[in-house]
Design a protein around this ligand. Structure first.
Ligand code: FE
Ligand code: CA
Length: 498
């Protein structure tokens, strides 16, 4: 339905003349939903009359604004099952988070907002299946969307596939100022001025990203499960440590978290003072349980001054942690107690070992799990006892399909799980598929079956019998309108004994 015929279907009561009016459309940042459960989900919007307007506050009047919301079981909103009013507070950059409960499991819902006579676009979302159900699941995996590096056509293509769920694994935005990090082919558009350092900067950057229509389409198509990686705060930060020695980093991190929460469909409990909790579990009936990890906030600083390096013994120290004690225990309990047939770990950084040096000797990325190798071995040992584990990863700006093993140097070491790494939505620009470098990388790393450096996302279908995943790629993001193609496919059959 186009917007005009949609508006015609709006009951008069939802557009009744308000006592106050906003001077322009406040829904310029779109709508979103997230963190579904069997009886509800989070609805999100943030009001901005002018997304790039003053101090990250979107040109909104200096007051709180009421926002009405509706949830319906049909696209025309003739069967409205819930409605209410929330307050978009100026202190929260006029963001709105509505947490619904008491809805029916395993069904599609539609939602929209209204404020002072203006109506939002509508979004589609869903509740998860009832406990015990083995309803199939279609989900997309995405990460890394540098605004300057390319158009968001991959978000548009993902939306067109109408997944049940979108898993977003970090680098939703980048903190750099204009051309602070350039793709090989340059930039197609510019960041707002300056590197993000203050709450106002992060709010403004989120507003810029959220203004993109392709991104808005992806949010409106399905509920998202989001987790941040580094660039939502600063490149390669680690726990309390800034990679650039940024002054007052604790403050900066807290401000970045606050802006992230304000702009994402997260539950209120996610924001806990200066901390943002994104490690959480979401179940899809008994078919699957997602275990979302936070591989940034609780980690020890990178070994050997970070980077891609050879000969770093510190990375092999069993004292070092990536997940932190609390999250480690939480994950162990969650894996051990999981009733799900499939256990899907959603996490940020490459888990497979990857040797970046061709021929003798090895170089590894110390920001990835290779920099925390003993904890990886412990995790893979746990996954070996888990029902149908699959690891889903972002960060790499390349599709990878890898076998995870407790000993990557031993060809006979059994495969504990498969890792599906999604490429970026836009980061690093158009990219390439075939190159001598990719061929050498595969030869150097026999446990990796596929690498593709173009832009895209993963689209997966899960049933009790297997996981089918399509690695989707686009020929270019330097111009709009590219098609998405399946460049590689993998089927992972369920373990018959599980
Ligand atoms: Fe990235
Ligand atoms: Ca080597």
């Amino acid at each position: 339905m186009d917007r005009r015929s949609f508006l015609a279907a709006v009951p008069a009561t939802f557009l009744a003349s308000p006592s106050r009016t906003l001077k322009a459309d406040p829904f310029t940042l779109g709508v979103a939903s997230g963190d579904p459960g069997a009886d509800g989900f989070v609805l999100w919007t943030r009001l901005a009359l002018d997304p790039l307007g003053g101090a990250g506050l979107g040109g909104m009047p200096a007051r709180d604004v009421d926002v009405d919301w509706q949830v319906a079981t049909d696209e025309r909103f003739t069967r409205i099952v819930r409605s209410g009013t929330a307050t978009a507070r100026r202190s929260a950059a006029h963001s709105v988070h509505v947490e619904l409960t008491g809805l029916e499991p395993g069904r599609e819902y539609f939602y929209r907002f209204r404020s002072e006579g203006r109506l939002s676009p509508e979004g589609r979302t869903r509740t998860t299946p009832a406990e015990g159900a083995e309803t199939p699941l279609a989900f997309a995996v995405a990460a890394c969307a540098h605004y300057e590096h390319g158009y968001y056509t991959a978000y548009r293509r993902l939306a067109e596939q109408e997944p049940d769920l979108v898993l977003f694994l970090g680098d939703y935005l980048y903190e750099y100022g204009p051309s602070g990090y350039t793709a090989p082919a340059g930039r197609v558009r510019s960041h707002t001025p300056g590197k993000c350092a203050t709450l106002a900067d992060y709010r403004l950057r989120h507003a810029q990203y959220k203004s993109d229509r392709d991104l808005q389409a992806a949010h409106a198509a399905a509920p998202w499960l989001v987790a941040f990686d580094d660039h939502e705060v600063e490149n390669n930060w680690a726990g309390p440590v800034s990679s650039t020695g940024a002054p007052a980093f604790a403050r900066r991190r807290a401000d970045a978290f606050r802006a992230y929460y304000e702009n994402m469909p997260l539950r209120r409990a996610s924001l806990d003072g200066a901390r943002l909790r994104v490690n959480r579990r979401v179940s899809w009936g008994r078919l699957a349980r997602f275990h979302l990890l936070d591989t940034r906030q609780f980690r020890d600083d990178q070994a050997c001054q970070d980077g891609v390096r050879a000969g770093c013994d510190e990375r092999l120290s069993p004292e070092r942690t990536l997940l932190g004690d609390g999250q480690w225990r939480w994950l162990e309990e969650g894996l051990r107690g999981s009733p799900a047939r499939w256990n899907l770990l959603g996490q940020q950084i490459l888990m497979t070992h990857r040797d970046y040096r061709t021929g003798p000797g090895r170089e590894v990325n110390l920001d990835s799990w290779d920099g925390y190798a003993p904890e990886r071995t412990r995790l893979l040992t746990s996954l070996a006892r888990t029902s149908n584990p699959v690891v889903l990863t972002g960060d790499a700006h390349m599709h990878h399909l890898a076998d995870l093993k407790t000993d990557f140097d031993d060809p006979d070491s059994p495969v504990v799980a498969r890792e599906l790494v999604t490429t970026s939505i836009a980061s690093d620009g158009d990219g390439y598929r075939d190159s001598a470098w990719i061929a050498e990388s595969l030869a150097e790393n026999p446990h990796i079956a596929y690498i593709d450096q173009r832009r895209g996302y993963i689209m997966a279908r899960l049933t009790r019998d297997g996981l089918d995943a399509d690695f989707r790629t686009l020929d270019r993001v330097s111009r709009r309108g590219a098609r998405a193609r399946t460049s590689h496919q993998v089927t992972i059959p369920a373990d018959p004994g599980a």
